[in-house]
Write a protein that binds this ligand. Structure first.
Ligand code: UD1
Length: 377
């Protein structure tokens, strides 16, 4: 029996962990998983509600790191993680994606010479001023088994010198990369089967299907010009008759006040064509994704989920780590300027390409990851 410790902390990691935990729990005689929550996200909708609705096992430890500067937040996670990993001595540490919780887990596990199993390895936006780009590069560098969701991610890793052949048995000094597919696709397929028709949305928007909009990236919520441009573009879209659903991340909501843009938040709230809310859970968002006409987002996860669902997506950033989506014509990156955002929406709504190609695997990525862990750990 091998013991794995999975470290999660932010919303997208709890979602990704759900797929892997389901696969791991199917082989209870071979693998045992212990979950640690760093406490990076603490609002119910970003954290506890996701554990409940996605069936992720309750964490054995919550480090309650909370918010703060990148350094403060990451630093608060380190001593507790070190103590826990020294005590449990797992056979491997599973890390997800690219958040500060991922980086903290990578630093501690690497110093303890524990094999790091990185789910969603190899993504690159080539934007080193993005905290997530730094986190993912550092994590990949110290990982032992790197699970790439797409061929492009795999190519990035091989270009950076990682091996995909059998030259050595993998260990922390000899990492190995594998193309597994994307666990978020596993999740979408799994949870879509459980969804009933979402009547409230249809009642609310009896006419045209709405656009689904989310944004929370540092680049869009720290700079008043960017936040103002996105909010103004959304108001213009609503004025053109496109209904909008706008679930706001707590950070985005707070930024309107701290950047002196309360008037724009009020205008969004009061617009009859806009439904503004706090963050939604995965299962609350899924029906909206299924019924919307287009997605506008700066979220890495939602870009892909839109694509899986066959919805065009305007990426509210100038680059993306999911360039595959842009290459197929289903996504467009946009400068953070009102006219550019409107033009991207118009262009995607005018011409929709054919069936989205299968680039993210077959919906069984988590089982493949589990089997590779069993094989190599
Ligand atoms: C983090 C990840 C980002 C991921 C996102 C998903 C990093 C560097 N970024 O960004 O990659 O896409 O999670 O949501 O790790 N806040 C709350 N309640 C919470 C959590 C945050 O109010 O439960 C507010 C606080 O004001 C906090 C701010 O959001 O300061 C930022 O939170 P933080 O976890 O640092 O980054 P996210 O923007 O959530």
């Amino acid at each position: 029996m091998k013991t794995l410790v999975s470290i999660v902390g932010a919303r997208p990691q709890i979602i990704k962990a759900s797929a892997v935990s389901r696969a791991v729990s199917a082989v209870p005689d071979e693998l045992r998983e212990i979950i640690v929550h760093t406490g990076q996200h603490y609002d119910d909708k970003l954290s506890d509600a996701l554990f409940r609705e996605l069936g992720v096992p309750a964490p054995a430890l919550n480090l309650e790191a909370g918010s703060g500067s990148h350094a403060e937040q990451t630093a608060r996670m380190l001593p507790g993680l070190e103590r826990f990993l020294q005590e449990v001595k797992p056979d491997g540490v599973i890390l997800y994606g690219d958040t500060n919780s991922t980086l903290a887990g990578a630093l501690v596990a690497a110093r303890l010479y524990l094999p790091i199993l990185h789910v969603e390895a190899g993504l690159r936006s080539e934007e080193m001023n993005m905290p997530e780009e730094v986190n993912r590069r550092c994590t990949d560098r110290v990982s032992t088994l790197l699970f790439a969701p797409t061929q492009r991610a795999m190519n990035n890793l091989i270009r950076e010198g990682f091996l995909s052949d059998n030259a050595y048995p993998p260990d922390p000094s000899h990492p190995r990369v594998f193309l597994t597919g994307d666990v978020m696709l596993d999740n979408q397929r799994h949870f879509l089967q459980q969804l009933s028709e979402s009547e409230p949305l249809k009642e609310r928007f009896p006419g045209d299907a709405p656009a689904l909009v989310t944004f929370h990236r540092e680049s869009n919520t720290r700079d008043p010009e960017n936040l103002g441009a996105i909010a103004s573009a959304l108001l213009r879209l609503a004025n053109q008759g496109i209904p909008l659903i706008l679930p706001l991340h707590p950070r985005t909501l707070a930024s309107f006040g701290s950047l002196g843009l309360d008037h724009l938040l009020s205008a969004l709230k009061q617009h009859p064509g806009i439904v503004l809310s706090g963050p939604l859970t995965y299962l609350e968002l899924l029906p909206l994704l299924r019924e919307c006409c287009i997605v506008l987002t700066d979220s890495g996860g939602l870009q892909k989920e839109a694509f899986f669902m066959g919805k065009p997506v305007v990426i509210l950033r100038e680059t993306t780590e999911w360039q595959e989506i842009v290459d197929t014509g289903w996504g467009l990156t946009s400068a953070i300027e009102q006219d550019a955002i409107l033009a991207a929406v118009e262009s995607l709504m005018r011409s929709q390409p054919l069936e989205p190609p299968m680039m993210f695997g077959d919906g069984h990525a988590a089982e493949r990851i589990r089997d590779l862990i069993l094989q190599y750990l």
